[in-house]
Write a protein that binds this ligand. Structure first.
Ligand SMILES: [Fe+2]
Length: 243
């Protein structure tokens, strides 16, 4: 079995686990699916070796909103802690922890040290994840970064932690978006990240992750039937005609 088959299994498993965890949050699920599609659209901005990490993180980035995962009440942290506890590669839990400049909000909420326990990755893949999240609205509608930031401020309110850190956070998000657009325009694909040793990519991610869902998750983790162009997984080939 090739590494590509394994990594396609990661994306498929991520989609399945996100779907199960967000089953009672339809608007969050529509947003998540939109972010995954958007991540696939801009995946050319990331190193080819990083695309499956990007897509898996896109599916999983908001699982921390699931009521069953609530711990600190801060979804990037709750989601990352869940993923780490259930054996996902540390790179994916870290991408989830830090998506959309979460550390700025975590610090004002007094959760900076907890979030900083997850290594921060600064890469084309992390930029692409932030770009995807910040160009898809709560219900899945595509919007500009400025529209998304304004909508976020409106929803969280003027006294929220998000509002308190908005200027520096928005500047960092806009910078990430500019980098993604620049990379897409240049079609430069530098390999900027050397994956750490993670062991086998087909991992028992979720055997105990979702009560009552063992059979579905094991089926999702069985990659023997998958191919790298599986469109249901947000594979980059799905969007080949939209580049
Ligand atoms: Fe999101």
């Amino acid at each position: 079995m090739t590494a590509l088959h394994h990594s396609a299994g990661i994306v498929h498993s991520a989609r399945t686990v996100a779907g199960l965890l967000l089953a009672d949050l339809p608007e969050r699920w529509r947003h998540t699916a939109g972010v995954a599609r958007q991540a696939a659209k801009v995946s050319r901005a990331a190193s080819p070796a990083d695309v499956d990490y990007l897509l898996a993180a896109a599916w999983l980035h908001d699982v921390g909103y699931a009521p069953s995962l609530r711990g600190f009440g801060f979804h990037p942290l709750d989601g990352a802690r869940y993923l780490r506890a259930h054996g996902w590669p540390s790179r994916i839990s870290s991408l989830v922890a830090h998506h959309s400049e979460a550390l700025t909000v975590a610090e004002v909420r007094g959760l900076g040290s907890e979030l900083a326990a997850f290594p921060r990755e600064r890469s084309a893949a992390s930029d692409a994840l932030t770009f995807a999240d910040q160009t898809v609205g709560p219900g899945g509608r595509i919007m500009s970064v400025d529209e998304r930031l304004a909508d976020m401020l409106r929803r969280h309110g003027p006294d929220s932690p998000n509002a308190a850190v908005h200027p520096p956070r928005a500047a960092q998000i806009r910078a990430a978006a500019r980098r993604v657009k620049h990379r897409l325009a240049a079609e430069a694909l530098p390999a900027r990240y050397a994956p750490e040793a993670e062991g086998p990519l087909l991992f028992p991610v979720t055997a105990n992750a979702v009560p009552g869902a063992r059979s579905e998750i094991r089926a999702a983790a069985d990659v023997s039937h998958l191919r790298t162009g599986d469109p249901d997984c947000g594979d980059r080939d799905e969007f080949a005609d939209q580049r």
